[in-house]
Ligand binder design. Structure first.
Ligand code: TXA
Ligand code: MG
Length: 331
């Protein structure tokens, strides 16, 4: 298959990308969190092509991206909690799961047949311009093969999906570096944190009060795509390393770093979880390519974006499913 074209995301390129989306084809584009792989959410064929390009299992629903609060009206019902959160955090790295309107112009494939829909307004000028120009809600999972490390640069998208898509909009590295926080507001009783992400839990709890955990006393899994192994590099990953072996690549954090690694990649020498989140996926990829036998990761504190970083690293270190089980795979 031909290779993707990488276009610097100026006005002309954005207009062209919007045309490609309207024609039912796929475009990778930057958001503040990670690069997304976009498809017209209203088109069954476009959404099916997106699942195929990512090799994503069909039971794992997608996030619908919109240009602003107004575009949400036809898709889902907002209650007072969602209104408050949208007011405070949109555009931004926060996704809501809401009851889907029966008339929502979104392919049922995108929501995997659920009665809910996940929505967000990304805080990135290129993403917003593209969504405006496309004039349709756009589904956009992270632009990686299902289960692998998410891309935070256009070059990393090309490495992941360059042979499966036609166009990549390039606007440099992503500012936040981990995916959006997902809060399930589909039930009136208690909001549930489905995925820690770019908005720290504490900021959301300031608005909503305590968030329940996905899985707490629940009969059904609410986040179908949140499987154990995910964000996985090729090499094995060892967590909470206080010492390092000579054949290990070290993903370090903070000023005090054990010596003797095959190669060392420091997420944040200053010990700042915001900086570490921004650099996480690029350094995980660099460690993966370093020629080491395994990746060792120092302990990461849970404050700020640390909860999201720890979540991703735990999944990166989880036992990998066998190829036959991959049909159960992650996003
Ligand atoms: O930051 C982000 O959110 C990025 C950028 C590109 O916007 N997108 C992203 O999409 O991370 P993806 O597909 O990699 O992750 C979407 C997650 C999955 O875990 C999926 O299961 C969950 O959202 N999800 C989507 N719709 C859902 C729904 N209706 N109910 C529960 N979980 C849902
Ligand atoms: Mg993903």
């Amino acid at each position: 298959m031909s290779r993707a074209r990488l276009l610097e995301a100026g006005d002309r390129a954005i207009a062209e990308a919007a045309e490609v989306l309207r024609a039912g084809e796929l475009v990778a584009f930057p958001t503040e969190t990670v690069y997304g792989l976009g498809a017209d959410a209203t088109s069954d064929a476009a959404v099916a092509a997106l699942y195929a390009a990512k090799r994503r299992p069909a039971h794992n629903p997608l996030i619908v991206h919109i240009a602003g609060r107004a575009a949400l009206e036809p898709l889902a019902r907002l209650d007072a909690r969602a209104e408050r959160l949208a007011e405070r955090f949109w555009p931004g790295p926060l996704t809501f799961v809401l009851p889907r309107r029966p008339t929502a112009p979104v392919s049922p494939l995108a929501t995997a047949g659920l009665s809910t829909v996940a929505v967000r307004v990304p805080a990135h000028p290129v993403a917003l311009a593209l969504l405006e120009a496309a004039g349709q809600p756009i589904v956009a999972p992270s632009a990686n093969r299902s289960g692998r490390v998410s891309p935070t640069s256009a070059e990393d998208v090309a490495l992941e999906l360059g042979d499966a898509i036609a166009l990549i909009l390039d606007a440099g590295p992503c500012r936040v570096g981990v995916e959006s926080t997902i809060v399930d507001l589909s039930e009136p009783d208690r909001p549930v944190l489905l995925r820690p992400g770019g908005v720290p839990r504490a900021a959301i709890e300031e608005v909503l009060g305590p968030l329940a955990e996905a899985g707490d006393g629940e009969a059904r899994p609410r986040a179908p795509g949140r499987l154990a192994s995910h964000y996985a590099p090729s090499l094995p990953v060892r967590l909470d390393a206080l010492e390092v072996e000579p054949d290990e690549a070290l993903l370090a954090f903070g000023p005090r770093v054990p010596s003797g690694a095959f190669a060392t990649f420091n997420l944040s020498p200053a010990g700042d979880t915001t900086e570490a989140a921004r650099r996480l996926y690029a350094l995980l990829r660099a460690a993966d390519r370093s020629g080491a036998r395994q990746i060792a990761v120092m302990p990461i504190p849970g404050d700020g974006l640390g909860e999201a970083i720890r979540d991703r690293l735990r999944r990166a270190a989880a036992p990998r499913p066998s190829p036959e089980m991959r049909s159960n795979g992650a996003d």
